[in-house]
Design a protein around this ligand. Structure first.
Ligand code: ZN
Length: 278
């Protein structure tokens, strides 16, 4: 059953658990996330990043996810991840996405605020939810310790949420996208301060490679959605590498089925962790 972000994240923040957002961009990734959710009976967020428009048609992805969502009563969200273009947001909403992330985190504060508000006003008029990002969760991850100036500022978060009317806020508290070089330093105190003043569901990007105890602590503090991409991809690539190293790797359909199974197992691991049942 397709719903927007509020239906899955508001109860998550209230009851201190979190919902996984997993990146999807083809049949195998969608099927893997769907199967994991159904097997564990958990709500789930299918996240399609703007950057994957290069490898998959947004309309076909929307049709695919809507088809899967229609086969279960579990709450499922079709979410546009990290989008910088308002035109792509319009396109996604027309295609049937129930939620969008406008990523203005690289813009100056006031411009991020005004453009996010514009997106939120439009999206809410068609019952689509909006996630925004404040502070910076880097994509270049040479450091395991993110400098403090990248982090979300508490007073800015309060003002931003009030003035934009967004539904969820991605915060920068020390995580980064991609693989970490060492153990990432998570700024739990900053998260606590933000969560103390912002009652919205908070979002953590860069969930791959963050130690379990940091994840659980962040969820207890108010993180209601965690994005995972790299680790799911790595699990599939690792499985393919083993199969392709064989003298006769076999038919592509069999290889993809194996890769999908590796993703199902990886996604289930995160789902158990996020539900606090691992
Ligand atoms: Zn992200």
């Amino acid at each position: 059953m397709l719903v927007n972000l509020n239906e899955v994240l508001v109860p998550a923040r209230k009851h201190r658990y979190c919902v996984g957002a997993f990146n999807i961009f083809n049949l195998e990734t969608v099927d893997a996330v769907y199967r994991a959710a159904v097997e564990l009976k958990t709500p789930v967020i299918f996240a399609f990043g703007e950057k994957y428009i290069e490898v998959a048609n947004i309309g076909i992805i929307a049709t695919l996810v809507r088809e899967f969502a229609g086969r279960t009563t579990l709450p499922t969200v079709l979410h546009l991840d990290h989008c910088k273009s308002v035109d792509v947001i319009y396109k996604a909403v027309r295609a049937g996405f129930t939620s969008v992330m406008f990523d203005g985190s690289r813009l100056p504060f006031s411009e991020n605020l005004s453009r996010t508000k514009q997106v939120a006003d439009f999206a809410h008029s068609v019952d689509v939810t909006v996630e925004a990002e404040l502070g910076s969760v880097p994509f270049d991850h040479a450091l395991s310790e993110i400098p403090e100036e990248y982090l979300t500022k508490v007073d800015e978060a309060v003002r931003f949420v009030e003035e934009t009317g967004v539904d969820a806020l991605a915060v920068a508290i020390g995580t980064a996208h991609g693989e970490y070089k060492g153990r990432p330093k998570i700024y739990h105190d900053r998260l606590k301060e933000i969560a103390g003043k912002v009652s919205l569901p908070l979002v953590l990007h860069g969930g791959s490679g963050v130690p379990d105890e940091d994840i659980l602590q962040a969820v207890r503090a108010g993180i209601a959605k965690i994005n995972v991409n790299t680790q799911i991809s790595s699990a599939a690539v690792k499985r393919l590498k083993v199969l392709c190293a064989k003298e006769k790797p076999g038919h592509l359909s069999d290889l993809l089925r194996e890769a999908e199974q590796a993703m199902v197992e990886e996604v289930k691991g995160f789902m158990r962790l996020f539900a606090g049942t691992n």
